[in-house]
Design a protein around this ligand. Structure first.
Ligand code: ADP
Ligand code: SF4
Length: 704
């Protein structure tokens, strides 16, 4: 289908200094947990973005010197020439698809503790390092340090050009970068020419920009990434007047302004707390003060909002990290008039969790993310079917829907049976909880795709028992029947059912989602520690109940630190008046309330309540599997050649894990048996040992 002319403006080329972007789609820097540890995985992931039509594809933050060692986080590193080949590999593939390659050079100042390099971190002032609460301080830089930093940045820019980059970033965000910390009035208390007035605080950024331009600006564009609301007034609100001055002072110095906002939890706002385009009010002034192109983000997935940003003069480039992760082919799909095929980001921030957990990037919507090279999974292409045998998929939750969709894409004849009236499984229910509506996109994308496939038949309101599965007699059976929350309190903290449960009205999350309304006061007991406990507390409180959330963890919804949601959740619950009791487990349930015990001291206290919602763990809904698997001969007689269970009915986990399991089962259908390690690995290249230095030659390297 030709593209809608309304979107033509998105495909105009835009000049950035000495280079030209072929359209307005710009993959802004984003971390990916692969970077320096799994460089080929990182490179091929970026190649796929370029293939998907992004005109500019950038790296993640890339440290320029061992005094800015971002470890243990797995990000980029360009410390010396030996790091060049990693980026050269990335850039060759990006260029092959006609895109520009950008690198976000940074020195993180007082943010990182330099755990690997063991260098002393350098900063604008003596400051404790921010990341990880490490008991380490950065030392204040003197003039010689500042000169050294400027030299490192310049040399990194030269190295970046040798690696093939077209766009070189200077990073300026307080709390995250040296330039930003020098700019920050709060952090910069210096009395030399780098402190005091705004011009002085901006001096370092200006120098680094000018020196990058002087070093590589004839052939590379120089971008400035700037957090526009960085300056806080004493009352905590942003001092936007100072930000305006910064843009006025530097207006034409960079070739490109990449603007965002302070704090990763605000910049990558979870969908539960902010919508598409949420940064507009803060960043819109920048374009009025510079003629240089401006890129900004806002989890843009709708081409209409993108066009609106351009037409109204807010942005020149549609920047995206998460939308490009959820759908690396977003630009191509708009260009080809295939809007239905866009896999829209749901704003769950599972992608962000990969950075905090230091593992390769993953995405709820896009199961191929991070697997492009190591498993050879492409987000759009999939091998054709390996046999003509039809497949039965039971259960249309995220696992079953993705499995059926991908099998359908491969060309299999697929029958998808779902017990309920609506497809979606847990996503259908959970997306009705406060703030989680966008999570329904996991279901909507797949239902939409499945609806287009003639080889796929969906039967709703069709609960299958073992007899029905046998009668259907389809040779391949995949069960994706999901899981249910436990009703007895067993979970991380309690290995046996809670004593005295019968003295209270007990509910599970499914009960509450199905509309069963507890009587207050109600306690939500959250030993699951992800979002469910917090979001149920919010729901019941909004319904007017007196709610207390009790958790054995140190924080409400503790795991959501990894998805940048924790602070928002805690604030929302406290604004709503939900009482929070942390570090307490249930010692016993009694008529009229709970006896809680502090998880360290064991000291007990009473908490009156009438109802108890238990959010502890789930158990697979695998009765159908057990019955079918118990009689292999009957299966064989019915013509069933393979029986598999996937997703939550194998082992309950995240929605992302269920989608991944569904995709993997579809890919592996009729595929050759996987090796013991079912993906390619990048091994560390061993340095040769030096016998002259007393190092023992290693006979496995053949140097015996
Ligand atoms: P997952 O996250 O693994 O996809 P869900 O719990 O979200 O799991 O989805 C499982 C789906 O399977 C639910 O929609 C449920 O109604 C459906 N289901 C469970 N048992 C059967 C069955 N015997 N026949 C048909 N559908 C079933
Ligand atoms: Fe979007 Fe969630 Fe995927 Fe991240 S993990 S890109 S937030 S859908």
């Amino acid at each position: 289908m030709p593209r809608d002319p309304r979107y033509d403006i998105l495909f105009e080329p835009v000049r950035i200094g000495p280079v030209t972007a072929k359209n307005r789609f710009f993959q802004v820097p984003h971390c990916n947990g692969m970077g320096m540890s799994f460089p080929t995985s990182m490179a091929v992931m970026r190649h796929v973005k370029a293939e998907g039509g992004w005109a500019v594809v950038c790296t993640e933050e890339t440290g320029i010197h061992p005094s800015s060692d971002i470890s243990p986080y797995v990000e980029g590193r360009l410390w010396d020439d030996r790091d060049i080949p990693v980026f050269a590999r990335m850039n060759e593939g990006i260029h092959a698809h006609g895109a520009l390659a950008g690198i976000e050079l940074t020195h993180t100042g007082a943010r990182d503790a330099c755990l690997y390099s063991r260098e002393v971190p350098l900063a604008v002032a003596h400051l404790p390092v921010a990341a990880g609460d490490h008991p380490t301080q950065a030392r204040a830089m003197d003039k010689a340090d500042i000169r050294a930093y400027r030299r490192w940045h310049r040399e990194a820019a030269l190295r970046a050009r040798r690696a093939g980059f077209d766009l070189i970033y200077v990073y300026c965000r307080p709390g995250t970068s040296l330039n930003g910390d020098f700019l920050s009035r709060a952090r910069n208390q210096r009395t030399d020419e780098y402190g005091g007035s705004l011009e002085n605080r901006l001096r370092l950024t200006r120098e680094v920009l000018e020196e990058a331009r002087e070093a590589v600006g004839d052939s590379c564009a120089i971008a400035l990434r700037f957090a526009v609301d960085y300056a806080a007034r004493p009352d905590g609100t942003a001092d936007m007047e100072e930000s305006h001055r910064v843009v006025e002072l530097l207006a034409e110095l960079p070739d490109l302004w990449d603007v965002n906002i302070r704090g990763w939890h605000r910049d990558s706002m979870p969908s539960r707390f902010g919508r598409e385009g949420a940064q507009e009010a803060l960043v819109s002034f920048v374009k009025k003060l510079t003629t240089r192109p401006v890129v900004g983000v806002g989890r843009f997935t709708s081409p209409d909002s993108m066009v609106s940003q351009i037409r109204r003069g807010i942005l020149d480039f549609i920047g995206a990290a998460r939308p490009s992760i959820a759908d690396p082919f977003l630009p191509r799909k708009i260009e080809e008039g295939r809007l239905d095929d866009i896999r829209e980001c749901i704003g769950c921030n599972i992608c962000v969790s990969a950075d905090f957990t230091m593992v390769p990037l993953r995405c709820t919507q896009n199961p191929t993310m991070g697997e492009e090279w190591r498993r050879g999974w492409h987000p759009e292409r999939i091998p054709p079917r390996g046999s003509t045998e039809p497949v039965l998929v039971v259960g249309a939750g995220p696992a079953g829907l993705e499995c059926a969709r991908a099998l359908g894409q491969r060309g299999y004849e697929v029958t998808l049976a779902e017990a309920r009236r609506h497809p979606g499984g847990r996503v259908g229910e959970e997306s009705r909880l406060p703030g989680l509506a966008e999570w329904g996109r996991v279901r909507d994308y797949r239902v939409q795709q499945i609806g287009k496939m003639a080889n796929l038949r969906t039967y709703l309101e069709s609960r299958l028992d073992a007899q029905a599965v046998m009668e259907l007699g389809l040779p391949r059976v995949i069960l994706a029947t999901g899981a249910r929350w436990r009703r007895d309190g067993v979970g991380r903290t309690h290995i046996a059912p809670l004593p005295g449960l019968s003295s209270l009205a007990v509910y599970t999350p499914e009960d509450v989602m199905a509309g069963r309304r507890p009587e207050g006061p109600v306690v939500i007991y959250d030993d699951d520690r992800y979002y469910m406990g917090g979001v149920l507390a919010e729901k019941l409180r909004l319904e007017g109940l007196d709610v207390t959330l009790v958790t054995p963890a140190a924080d409400v919804s503790a795991w959501t630190h990894a998805t940048l949601e924790q602070g928002w959740i805690e604030q929302r619950l406290s604004d709503l008046g939900v009482a929070i009791v942390e570090k307490h487990a249930i010692a016993a349930c009694e008529a009229g309330g709970l006896r809680l015990a502090h998880v360290r001291s064991g000291r007990e206290k009473l908490l009156p309540c009438v109802s108890l919602v238990l959010v502890t763990m789930r158990l697979p809904d695998d009765a159908l599997y057990a019955e079918l698997a118990s009689d292999p001969r009957r299966l064989e007689a019915a013509g069933i050649r393979s029986l598999t269970r996937i997703g939550d009915c194998l082992a309950p986990s995240t929605i992302a894990a269920a989608v991944y399991a569904g995709h993997r089962a579809a890919r592996e259908m009729d595929a050759p048996m996987a090796e013991e390690v079912p993906f390619k690995r990048e091994l560390i290249a061993l340095e040769p040992l030096n016998p002259a230095a007393g190092e023992n030659p290693d006979r496995y390297l053949g140097s015996e």
